[in-house]
Design a protein around this ligand. Sequence first.
Ligand code: MN
Length: 318
Amino acid sequence: MILNDILNVIKSAQKIIISTHIIPDGDCIGSSLGLYIALKRIGKDVNILLDDNIPDQYKFLPYCQEILHPEFAQNDSCDLFITLDNNDIDRLGKSKNKFYESKKTLCLDHHPGGKTFSDYNYINTSASATAEIVYVIIKSLSVNIDKDIADCLLTAIITDTGGFKFDNVTPYTFNISSDLLSCGADIKKINEMVFDRMSISKVKLLSRVLSTLEIVEDGKIGYVYLDENMLKECGASSSDSEGFINYIKNIDGVEIALIFKIEEQGIRISLRSKEYVNVNEIAAKFGGGGHKKASGCFIDKDFNTAKNIILDECRRSL
Ligand SMILES: [Mn+2]
């Protein structure tokens, strides 16, 4: 789909819903809010629907208190449903109903290898974050990027690039980020909020989760787990574990890092690779997905079974 067609789809819609994937990250929230603010500026009637709670580190973002849970969405159907940063319709969670009821649907995304499920798709897999795509759209709609929009989009880019450290960073990422800084984005505050702040319950949970560390395959695979009991003991929520997997990935010699979250229905698994393994392919074997070096999936089996089958796949990919 070319950009002009996408712009026309957006311009011709009045009532718009923005949604993203469950267990939202900084790109989901930053891109959604940035687009939300821009569309409001040009007089659109727009809402953001989100299944899950907003992780604490993104609550400083402007307008995030206006994000709605899908059950509070208005009953009438909207002209356009925009799904951001999501290549899997099932990851829309409860917003999925609204998606089906909408007159038109549009997907803006940077994930590789998804099955397209919207009427219109604007996918750029070389964008470091969906926020890069949202930036282009906002610019093309001639909306002035103010500090609020700039903070949202830069937060999204900083999260998805790990603070400009991942190999998804391109010269274009810096061009956009440079412009966002000129528009007033507060990079110091964003970095503090996203990476440096930790609640005491998060620190307790980190210590608890790291104590489960196992290293196998000559040090090439490292994994930890967490369960409901640990969350309860530490007074933490599941979103507090965001970023823990990097501690495992950063261990010298580790190529694949995993975190197993033991939930009622099964095991939620996040995977990271350091150099050469494509963890997107591993996750895809279990119906999940993501990026080459960061992906996730869900296996509805007990912990030991899920662990063994995914570790087998990891071994094969080394
Ligand atoms: Mn993203």
